[in-house]
Design a protein around this ligand. Structure first.
Ligand code: SF4
Length: 283
């Protein structure tokens, strides 16, 4: 069996940065809390639990004003950050700069009096917080995912389009084209707000489609990035095996597979991918 690793298949910049910042924080401060998962990877969360970081879903659970509070790679509305910074001694924002970019763009669009269309999947924390941020600026934002959900307003309205960073790149481009057909005065920055890590992964997978017949994805269910990756594969009618830990490759029935690839979501450490590859190659 031929086994290839799709490149890139490991920590993205935003995840690596958040983990390294939290490492630094726990080495300097006691009593560290993180609001939600630092990144969408239970192994990383457990690693930090073992270093005494407490993960909470709500800061009301943190009564100690001397606590050190961290916000995860994907989740902070700037108004929330400002409020919380007044309440606790140390507050750190570990948010990915590519998510911050979307906040900054949204603010710029509001200052330009543009009507904002935001393409999103409403279950994701990043998207919810961006939408809340725009609302906190006392501005209206139209949120949707599908073509048939594009809002019907005055055709001459100046529209600014932005999106959740981890959606499918081609899908978002097609949606922006549809919006432009209806609203000629539509602006979007850099084609779309899909982050580079998402774009690179999706492109690498598409480029490999003809070379492989089956794919192993090391993932976690909360990862929007991975769901979009897998869709590319499933749309090509190829077999996908999902695992959450490299050791699970041993249990897969790959007897009929000839050309296999391994990929992973943006919160997977590099060594997990190579360990899976090593196990498969030694069998
Ligand atoms: S997936 Fe993209 S937006 Fe999310 S942390 Fe990684 S680089 Fe940042």
């Amino acid at each position: 069996m031929n086994i290839k690793i799709i490149t890139p298949s490991w920590f993205c910049m935003g995840v690596e940065r958040a983990i390294s910042m939290l490492e630094d924080i726990v080495s300097k401060y006691d009593n560290v809390y993180c609001l939600h998962e630092i990144v969408h990877n239970p192994n990383v969360v457990n690693y930090f639990k073992n270093r005494w970081v407490k993960f909470v879903d709500n800061l009301e659970e943190v009564k100690d004003k001397d606590a050190t509070i961290c916000f995860s790679a994907h989740w902070i509305n700037k108004f929330t950050l400002s409020d919380i910074s007044k309440k606790y001694k140390n507050v750190f924002n570990l948010e990915c700069p590519l998510v911050t970019k979307v906040y900054n763009e949204a603010k710029m669009f509001v200052e330009q009096w543009k009507t904002i269309f935001y393409i999103w999947k409403n279950w994701h924390q990043e998207a919810e917080q961006v939408v809340e941020f725009i609302k906190d600026l006392w501005w209206k934002v139209y949120i949707f995912l599908k073509k048939e959900e594009i809002p019907q307003i005055d055709k001459n309205t100046e529209i600014a389009v932005t999106n959740q960073t981890t959606l499918n790149y081609n899908y978002v481009l097609s949606m922006i084209e549809e919006i432009k057909k209806i609203y000629p005065n539509t602006e979007s920055i850099w084609n779309s707000d899909i982050c580079k890590a998402t774009f690179d992964r999706q492109t690498a997978l598409k480029n490999s489609l003809n070379e492989i017949d089956s794919l192993i994805v090391i993932w976690w269910k909360n990862s929007s990035n991975t769901k979009e990756l897998v869709k590319i594969w499933e749309n090509a009618w190829k077999k996908v095996f999902f695992i959450q830990h490299f050791s699970e490759v041993e249990k897969l029935d790959l007897s009929w597979v000839k050309k296999l690839a391994i990929t992973a979501w943006a919160s997977t450490p590099t060594d997990e991918v190579y360990k899976a590859w090593n196990i498969l190659n030694s069998n």
